[in-house]
Design a protein around this ligand. Structure first.
Ligand SMILES: *Cc1c(COP(=O)(O)O)cnc(C)c1O
Length: 241
């Protein structure tokens, strides 16, 4: 068994165990394998081990791999999870199934416009990225502005707003990891409460939080989608970060 295959199996075990421990339903947490900096053959190995959803941060690098794996495209789900420059939105709209890092209206408007007529992929699934650590350098809208941004994005054609995403500060103590994840959950639940299940309003089903080092804390706090890179593919070269 290859190294990626065995590490993927271990990550799936961690997810299943956390689902059990925190009384989450079986298969309530989706796994996105973050393949940034790793070559197409690494993705193929993960795919042969049953993984179909992959996350990428850099547009050019991602498109190159998507094209190498074009034959497998119908079975793969590509998630864009990196910072978005406005001049890259058309390539993102053309190639990806999901965009998890939408943090301003202008980017959402461009993605919607540029997704128009993409009958092959259908509507682009989007998440609003929330900055829960309060660092100015980090992407994401501040929690107080998340509802307004979601209200503005929800009516855009060619996009389906699915929920929220966050990248917490890396910290080791489990309780600190949990409290960071809890702040995204609080924001998510507040929006769900005022906007779900009313006619004409939008409905959320996705809370994307949790990475290699904090996926258990994220699942404890209601994550429905974890994005795991190094625990599956190995350590990334520092230069590419
Ligand atoms: C790189 C990255 C991940 C994966 O991080 P690991 O610690 O390698 O699991 C998840 N989400 C985002 C947004 C990333 O950029």
């Amino acid at each position: 068994m290859g190294r990626i295959t065995s590490q993927l199996i271990q990550v799936k075990h961690r997810i299943e165990l956390a689902e059990e421990t925190y009384q989450r339903g079986p298969e309530s947490v989706a796994l996105i394998a973050v393949s940034k900096t790793f070559p197409a053959h690494a993705i193929e190995e993960a795919m042969h081990a049953g993984q179909t959803a992959f996350g990428e941060n850099y547009v050019q690098e991602a498109i190159q791999k998507i094209q190498v794996l074009e034959k497998l495209r119908p079975w793969l789900e590509w998630h864009f999870i990196g910072p978005i420059q406005s001049n890259k939105t058309s390539e993102i709209a053309e190639h990806f199934d999901w965009v998890q890092s939408v943090d301003r209206l202008k980017v959402a408007q461009r993605l919607s416009l540029q997704r128009a007529g993409n009958g092959r992929l259908g509507p682009l699934q989007v998440l609003v990225q929330v900055n829960i650590s309060g660092e100015a350098s980090k992407g994401g809208v501040v929690p107080d502005e998340a509802l307004a941004l979601c209200d503005a994005i929800a009516p855009l054609p060619n996009l389906t707003l699915r929920g929220l995403m966050a990248i917490p500060e890396p910290v080791s103590p489990f309780e600190l990891q949990r409290s960071a994840c809890a702040s995204l959950r609080t924001c998510y639940e507040a929006i769900l409460k005022v906007r779900s299940n009313h006619p004409g309003y939008y409905s959320f089903d996705t809370l994307s939080i949790g990475m290699s080092d904090d996926l258990e804390a994220a699942i404890a706090e209601g994550s429905t989608m974890v994005r795991v890179g190094s625990a599956i593919f190995g350590q990334r070269a520092k230069i590419a970060e």
